[in-house]
Design a binder for this molecule. Structure first.
Ligand SMILES: [Zn+2]
Length: 246
């Protein structure tokens, strides 16, 4: 059986049995991987500290035909603030759920790994709602399901001023083509500028992010609809945001 060591972020954990956990990792080397960690919920287990959601870890895995097993895990970075603060936890969970649901196992996606690594400290220090939305927005751009925010998907003309946007057609629709889109919804200039800012956001830049609450709400509502329409079903974290944080 082959054993290998990878660098990863803990994307999701599911408990099973008395003390075990299925851990979904987003690895630098192989993209998303799932592996079992036996006994890791026992306090004395050397794995117990490392295999928590949002941790950045180095992990040794043994591959077998049936199931991969985690042997060792060491913390590279952890983010206390994400698990101690309900709002941060919820928004970070939103970004992680989007990435988990939109990716397939064993497809190397270095961009996504890098994005998670850059987003984690920002989610734990700055406005988590804005950070999660920026993270999800940038992730979707690399997902193969990206929308065209800048040009009309029907005629190719650059969008200027207020327009419409269609999830079915895959992006912006100019006012001349709006009748051709079945699910056109308003795409005001303010929303376009918000997406532009989010897509261009540099995670190392600590200047203030200024979105007014109306812009942010519009971007968030649109974005959640967009992700859920791609997935064809709802996101659990979104339900939680609506029930507890809205
Ligand atoms: Zn057009």
């Amino acid at each position: 059986m082959e054993t290998f060591t990878v660098e990863a972020v803990v994307l999701k954990t599911d408990d099973f049995g008395d003390a075990n956990r299925v851990v979904t990792l987003f690895t630098k080397e192989f993209g998303k991987l799932e592996a079992n960690a036996y006994g890791c919920r026992r306090a004395r287990s050397p794995l117990s500290g490392a295999l928590q959601m949002f941790n950045h870890i180095s992990v040794q895995i043994t591959r077998s035909p049936k199931v991969d097993t985690i042997r060792e895990a060491d913390i590279i970075n952890f983010y206390d603030a994400l698990t101690n603060d309900l709002e941060r936890l919820t928004y970070a969970s939103f970004l992680f759920e989007v990435v988990n649901r939109m990716t397939f196992p064993r497809q190397q996606e270095r961009e996504t790994f890098d994005l998670l690594i850059k987003a984690l400290p920002v989610l734990s220090k700055r406005n988590p709602r804005v950070a999660a939305l920026i993270g999800a927005c940038q992730f979707m751009e690399t997902s193969g399901e990206q929308l065209n925010f800048e040009r009309c998907v029907h005629c190719g003309r650059e969008i200027d001023g207020d327009a419409a946007i269609s999830l079915l057609d895959g992006g912006a629709v100019c006012m001349d083509c709006v009748d051709a889109a079945q699910d056109a919804r308003p795409y005001p200039e303010g929303l376009r500028r918000t997406f532009e800012t989010m897509l261009g956001f540099d995670w190392q830049d600590d200047t203030r992010l200024s979105f007014n609450s109306r812009q942010l709400k519009a971007a968030e509502t649109f974005f959640i609809d967009y992700v859920q329409s791609v997935l064809g079903s709802g996101l659990r974290s979104v339900q939680f945001i609506r029930d507890f944080l809205s």
